[in-house]
Design a protein around this ligand. Sequence first.
Ligand code: DAH
Length: 359
Amino acid sequence: MDDLSPLRQQWLDRIKDAADPAAIEDVRLSALGKKGEISLKMRELGKMTPEERQTTGKALNALRDELDSALRARKASLEDAALEARLAEEWLDVTLPGRPRRQGTIHPISQVSDEVTAIFADMGFAVAEGPQIETDWYNFDALNIAPEHPARQEHDTFFMHRAPGDDRPPHVLRTHTSPVQIRAMQDHGAPIRVIAPGRVYRMDMDQTHAPMFHQIEGLAIGRDISMAQLKWTVEEFFSAYFGTRVKTRFRASHFPFTEPSAEVDIQCSWVDGKLIVGEGDDWLEVLGSGMVHPHVLRSGGVDPNEWQGFAFGMGIDRMAMLKYGIPDLRAFFESDLRWLRHYGFVPGDVPSVAGGLSR
Ligand code: DAH
């Protein structure tokens, strides 16, 4: 029998020299593949005498196994090295500070929405959502605003286009967040405590009005929820939001969806043209509210003989302007980078009642 040692050494050297997985595969095919050198040698066993076949067969089997293991080991070590190289190359220090010139800021409306949500969440309110394109039933009828009600005109509604013959219910861009009250009651029944921040739309545009703006709705329904709890909740909210004790004044008002209804003013003063909230003897109107009208409870599938509660609605943009001294509402939606840098907030500076609400 031929001595297999030179053959063995030659293949082991080639395995050692293979520099990447493709080279390893080449070596494997030329040694152990169907037409590989070792495989061909094994095929020659048939021409040998039985004695020869026994010793050579055994030696060839051993060689084949040895090469196979060597190939696998080499492949694994190449793969490890490749991974190490990639890890070294793609290494990235996530603890480095951002590059200030390229860092974006959080828009004041996002920040204030988070602040308001954090305060109400701390009082046990969940966040509810609804669509911005609403049926006129949710936006008006369900809220006790009948078709002929003057409030429909006051809302300067955007109506969605309808093709002639389209008999689906008319859709509008919601004019307030109040329809989310109905959806939340339908989805969760009573008792319930939710707030609903979101975009609303009205055909209006000047220094204090934009056709798209933001409101936050509040709704609390229970067996014996009263105006007194409304007043406490609202005062607690404003005090947390402005970071100082804020007195409120409730003025009788009218909204179709609440009875009785009240507009809420917060205590403030004007010093050299600057507004200071929480002191002085001026008042600033900031919120609409009242006890939810029985018709509205019924629209939400809640029995007014068993349940009662309060609701309120307020403008988020307005809240941001008041707290952060932003003079013009229109600038909110102009995406002017200088404005965003000036009035924006540091990303990751997430407001919370315990951790602080503003910079
Ligand atoms: N939806 C009213 C608006 O947009 C605001 C409002 C007033 C909401 C009284 C309420 C409420 O929930 O009780 O002008």
